[in-house]
Design a protein around this ligand. Structure first.
Ligand SMILES: Nc1ncnc2c1ncn2[C@@H]1O[C@H](COP(=O)(O)OP(=O)(O)O)[C@@H](O)[C@H]1O
Ligand SMILES: [Mg+2]
Length: 245
């Protein structure tokens, strides 16, 4: 299978604090990878590093056979349209409508006409099952709806890779189902994805493969079946502890 993104020997510290010592993994095209690890192990730092929101100290990030960890802000601009990060909170603009939130990257990064933008926004709203919400303001939406609008916006520029940071955290079971459905639909449409989550049942349902980070390194990298039947002590304890959360 073609590798679309590769992380090689990544190291990252903040002052004295070493977050990642030596992290390596790769993402195949069309695959959804679950990134697991206890709180504070650097999952969000890792996702942010992938799109240059954090500068790494050592190692390489390779997207489609090209290094992207050493790019300038200007050179990162097109990369960030292809590798799209949806923030933990949804991070919507509060003062404009759902429609305008999703239209924003299209007006900013493309030359589409207003009619074309409107068509695209409605298509994205259909994908996230929010076709009736375009005129609502973010404050009118539930947390789950805000996350789905955030996901719609992150898909606006037809990215190759979607990075999801805890997309089901804090949601009720019904909204978790909607986000799970949405991620699975993205997967069926051929997007590649990296999902950071604490929710192992969710990871099992949407991921092809799981990577567990511990103490700055990849402790486990394998299929969901391999994860479930692993007899590695750390993996077994991890499973028990996370299940109790
Ligand atoms: N900008 C920053 N400055 C200093 N320390 C940071 C910064 N961002 C994250 N950290 C630290 O890096 C570690 C990993 O954070 P994070 O990636 O948010 O963990 P996770 O998402 O796995 O819960 C934490 O100890 C956090 O305090
Ligand atoms: Mg985090």
């Amino acid at each position: 299978m073609e590798t679309i993104l590769e992380v090689k020997n990544l190291a990252k510290s903040f002052d004295e604090k070493e977050v990642h010592r030596d992290v390596s993994f790769s993402l195949a095209r069309g695959e959804t990878l679950g990134l697991l690890g206890h709180s504070g192990t650097g999952k969000s730092v890792l996702l942010r590093s992938l799109i240059g929101l954090e500068h790494i100290d050592r190692g390489q990030i390779i997207y489609r056979n090209r290094r992207i960890d050493d790019l300038t802000e200007t050179e990162l601009f097109p990369v960030r349209t292809k590798i799209s990060y949806s923030f933990q909170s949804g991070a919507l603009f509060d003062s404009v409508s759902v429609f305008e939130n999703i239209a924003y990257p299209l007006f900013e990064h493309t030359k589409l006409s207003e009619a074309e933008v409107a068509r695209k926004v409605r298509e994205l709203l259909r994908i996230v099952n929010l076709e009736d919400a375009e005129d609502l303001m973010p404050s009118d939406l539930s947390g789950g709806m805000q996350k789905r609008v955030g996901l719609a916006r992150s898909m606006a520029l037809d990215p190759d890779i979607l990075l999801y940071d805890e997309p089901t955290a804090g949601l009720d079971p019904m909204n978790i189902e909607k986000v799970v459905d949405l991620i699975n639909r993205c997967r069926e449409r051929g997007f590649s994805g990296i999902l950071v989550t604490h929710d192992i049942p969710v990871a099992r349902r949407v991921c092809d493969r799981l990577v567990i980070i511990n103490e700055g390194q990849v402790h486990f990298d394998g299929s969901v079946a391999e994860f479930n039947s692993s007899d590695d002590d750390f993996v077994k304890t991890f499973l028990l502890n996370e299940r109790a959360v």
